[in-house]
Write a protein that binds this ligand. Structure first.
Ligand SMILES: C[S@@+](CC[C@H](N)C(=O)[O-])C[C@H]1O[C@@H](n2cnc3c(N)ncnc32)[C@H](O)[C@@H]1O
Length: 436
């Protein structure tokens, strides 16, 4: 091969020309199978590139990509000619001499090449990237941490609607049932938040995170489903009618629910109503209180060596009520965790029934009220004492009752807290996987 030509990038201050490479089916060569490759490969895979990795060893995660056929791994060191046929190269070995050799070959072959060790010697820089739906955000600032922070801010803004992306989107009229999570506004899914930011109308449940409603722009109509003044069945009919009416008027309606729409949420009834009326409908799962509220109070619903099962039961009907569909006898026989929703008012009858059918009276119980919110509190008891404890402590709905040995697995840990605990300084930004 001829001697490498000198880099034409003589002016390191020149502004990079930003472009989106369409690598689908095109050869991309990655030299070095360590942490840098591990972080960059998923995006190359997502781009559909024909990826050839040259490296004598890899991390286990990169090896898994090779095992899954997502990349072709050449388990050896770099040899000249490896960039033959490449459209794009990434060199990230821990040997600067090898990196220089590969980027010289790239220069010679006019293949754009990103280098992990020396940005000034690279012909391509990798921006900090993020996605929101069909939008890709790419930031190059010259400082990888700043790029990552800006990328995060832009993506967050797009997701919560504060960047005004809704004005550029035309969402098809219809209904999205969105699980809002247990109460902490941070615990809605990314997709749920994005759809919420695009809503014309939001029909919200009592347990849907209220802070999310406060973020909505003034023109968004909010219908408070909790205030519909009818009985349970009638109220559901009115809610269905409200969804259909707004969608038929050409609006995009978000039906915002607490937790997950299908966990005691009547979500499928609303889906069926929309489908039968020919209204496009989609469902976004949510984090159910049945798992997240115990977790927020430091209780895992399963724990190795303690239980291999957990059962979520609605306690909205008393055990002796003929309308109850719960087999309390079977529930009492289970060794695993029982998670009860809507059970606070009937906890005495439920605890008595479980004990009567054989569950030990000294089984640990925790009741977690308003989990994941600022008002969260937990009270502990046993199956024998839980009714008296709930009464004495004035525990009120919404609350989750957890019954089983998982309750006392680790008393010292108070739960996962809020994400703010970890948002202390910019320097915690991940610098490596983003900048040039
Ligand atoms: C009608 S169910 C809806 C459950 C919801 N779809 C879910 O997946 O979490 C309402 C019950 O969920 C429980 N719940 C919901 N959010 C809660 C929270 N933040 N703290 C405690 N319990 C909660 C309570 O038992 C409440 O009575």
């Amino acid at each position: 091969m001829a001697a490498p030509t000198p880099s034409p990038a003589a002016n390191p201050a020149a502004t990079p020309y930003v472009v989106g490479l369409r690598l689908d089916g095109r050869r991309a060569v990655v030299v070095g199978g360590g942490q840098v490759a591990q972080r960059r490969l998923p995006a190359l895979i997502a781009a559909g590139a024909d990826i050839h990795l040259v490296s004598p060893a890899t991390t286990p995660a990169v090896q898994a990509m090779a095992d899954a056929g997502e990349i072709t791994w050449h388990a050896r060191g770099y040899t000249p000619g490896d960039l033959d046929g490449a459209w794009y190269a990434l060199v990230a070995t821990d040997d600067p001499a090898v990196n220089a050799e590969v980027s010289a070959e790239a220069e010679e072959r006019r293949v754009f090449c990103a280098r992990s060790d020396d940005a000034t010697a690279a012909s391509a820089w990798t921006p900090a990237t993020g996605r929101d739906g069909s939008v890709t955000v790419a930031v190059l600032s010259g400082d990888p941490r700043r790029s990552a922070a800006l990328r995060n801010a832009v993506v967050e803004g797009l997701r919560d609607g504060s960047l005004g992306a809704r004005h550029h989107r035309s969402r098809t009229p219809g209904v999205a049932l969105v699980g809002g999570g247990p109460g902490d506004p941070d615990l809605i899914t990314v997709r749920g938040r994005r759809l919420l930011a695009e809503a014309d109308v939001v029909v919200a449940d009592r347990l849907a995170p209220r802070e999310l409603l406060a973020e909505l722009p003034p023109h968004v109509e909010v219908v408070d489903a909790a205030k519909i003044p009818y009985g349970r069945a009638m109220a559901q009919e009115v809610i269905n009618h409200t969804l259909l009416e707004h969608a038929r008027a050409g609006r995009f309606v978000v039906r915002l629910k607490g937790g997950d729409p299908y966990v005691f949420g009547r979500g499928m009834e609303e889906v069926i109503a929309c489908a039968e009326a020919g209204i496009p409908v989609t469902v976004v799962p949510g984090i159910s209180s049945s798992i997240s509220v115990p977790a927020a109070a430091g209780i895992p619903v399963t724990h190795r060596g303690v239980t291999h099962e957990f059962t979520v039961i609605s306690g909205h009907v008393a055990p002796d009520d003929p309308r109850s569909l719960v087999d309390w006898e079977a529930a009492a026989r289970m060794r695993g965790t029982l998670v009860l929703l809507m059970a606070v008012e009937r906890i005495a009858a439920i605890a008595d029934t479980l004990i009567a059918h054989g569950r030990a009276a000294d089984t640990p119980v925790a009741v977690v009220q308003e989990g994941t919110t600022a008002a969260q509190r937990r009270v502990d008891a046993t199956l024998a004492t839980v009714a008296a404890t709930v009464a004495a402590e004035d525990v009120r709905p919404p609350a989750v009752v957890v019954i089983g040995d998982v309750v006392s697995v680790f008393q010292g840990f108070e739960g996962f807290g809020s994400s703010e605990s970890f948002e202390s300084s910019e320097s915690s930004e991940d610098p490596q996987g983003t900048g040039r």
